[in-house]
Design a binder for this molecule. Sequence first.
Ligand SMILES: *Cc1c(COP(=O)(O)O)cnc(C)c1O
Length: 370
Amino acid sequence: MDVPFLSLRDVNARYVDELKAAASRVIDSGWYVMGDELVAFEREFAAYCGSTHALGVGNGLDALSLILRGYKEMGVLRDGDEVIVPANTFIATFLAITANQLVPVPVEPDPFTFNIDPERVEAAIGPRTRAIMPVHLYGQLADMDSLGALASQHGLLLIEDAAQAHGARRNGRRAGTFGHAAGFSFFPAKNLGALGDGGAMVTGDDELATHVAALRNYGSEVKYHHLYQGFNSRLDEIQAAMLRVKLAHLDDEVSRRRSVAQRYREGIRHERIVLPQVGVEESHAWHLFVVRSSQRAELQRHLSLQGVQSQVHYPVPPHRQPAYASLHDVPLPITEQLHNEVLSLPMGPALDDDAVERVIDACNTFGGMS
Ligand SMILES: *Cc1c(COP(=O)(O)O)cnc(C)c1O
């Protein structure tokens, strides 16, 4: 049998009794949207992150989008303001910006950590820059010390795209608490995954939390009274109940991801496979284990013949997508090279030791070399 890239069935099978009990509790309650499960999950997730507010929303894209929309309602952001964003990210980071009539300014990453390069961020700050939106890509915290210093020096908002980084930690602080606000995704494949779509925004800013709480619910604080032209983007009771079960296991799952990554980093030795670089060990929550190879297509074919599944995150950067034709000519050579070289190996909390060794052997026998 192949080593799967990620088996969600295996991930969730370990909690099947708890998940079924939680689902029954919701079914029996007769209350399915905006109820006690959501309130309890929001309290538990805010406490887990070490923040004041967590607000459940429909998905990770909406979490990011509603943060920006909240700051627009507060008058902090205006149409046409620029937001600095990593060039090598999932499209959702860009979509949240452009959906709010803001302008994404893509900045190149450090090619070894894959995260946005603070020196290039500084060079990109101009008179219309109002925010920096770093992504903790593949689960590793971006350089939040440098980015935080730049943000305060230039009076910019710092908004974390933490969709891949649940559980990443640095100096006792977790992803989601380094900036003014953060967006999380609970898409099933994320480190904390629901059994469907889900997301949350986390913030210590009371005013922003008040705005987003209304914006996600038709722009209303009091039923049938509408302060803004809001959205319907809420985290269902059933998903909140699933997430409460899984949140209790998140730290164990992240430590399992860390030991898999550790074993990969010790075991994979190949001159044409570049391993990811890690800052502080705890700062990586290993959503994905991403290597680089100038012969990616051949490597992927070899792994597949050895029964090891792999994926590419992501084959085409946002600025090269048809959706962003106006950005096609922005020169971003590091980003383009990375998109040609990155390959994600199997990773997840349910990957067993035998599977990990099979992945290592498959990598080390690439091209007959070891
Ligand atoms: C998954 C993801 C999102 C969007 O989350 P959804 O819940 O799928 O909408 C945003 N940013 C990054 C970096 C992601 O990986």
